[in-house]
Design a protein around this ligand. Sequence first.
Ligand code: GUN
Length: 293
Amino acid sequence: MQLLDGKIASKAVKEQLKQQVETLVNKGKRAPHLAAILVGTNGASETYVASKVKNCAEIGFQSTLIRLDENVDEQTLLDEIIKLNNDENIDGILVQLPLPKHISEQKIIATIDAAKDVDGFHPISAGNLMLGIPSFIPATPYGIMLMLEHYNIETKGKHAVVIGRSNIVGRPMSILLSTNNPYGNCTVTLCHSHTHNLKELCLQADIIVAALGKPEFLKADMVKDGAIIIDVGITRVEDATKKSGYSIKGDVAFDEVAEKASFITPVPGGVGLMTIAGLLKNTMRAYELREVK
Ligand code: GUN
């Protein structure tokens, strides 16, 4: 078994971006600038956004964090987005999800200028992805593709089972793995909560992407020998032995599945770090698209 190490793979992506920024700045140009909007004080969202901001700083990107109260009305949030859309100095905009129930995520996402949609959630980005048109790719599936590329994992002709059909991970992941690209060309089965024979399908899989959000769901008896296992899960589970009071669990029962897998991502230290790498790559793409206009 070989570990697909997110620390190593994301470091390589970030190193390359950092050098690109240095070159830009040495030429007298401004650095790419990401704006993140965080509504409320959800603990996990706070952690993710803080990490995004920190990673921007590490590679020389500028970032702006806009915090809004949990009870903010939808129009105020829309107005903030419109301001960022019109701000020449902002290249990428992300609104951290989930949003409070009284705000329409669809409306918010559709209001972001598609040219600044570094999350790849806008209908234009999603449509482009489906059609194979170069676009912003949602950061987690993009990060997984970067991981496969870093470790040069052969995917062509393999059977990939993706568990979970969310707009953020499972569905775009299924499209990317099926697309004609160097780390695609798989036969893809997209499974979800209504799939009848999930275990049988998983046992046929050469690649499994577990993105359902159920801690340690994928067990060794669901995996064939030599399978490639990508764990997208990142659930906080109560843990009195930890200072924080919780530990982070993936969707894969790591210890037992690792014994059968050829490659496997750890949690933490796997896909989560690649998500950030994907976001940073998208932000550089947004910058480049706007700068050459
Ligand atoms: N919530 C969980 N994942 C994501 C992500 O990739 N982007 C945003 N904006 N919110 C999220």
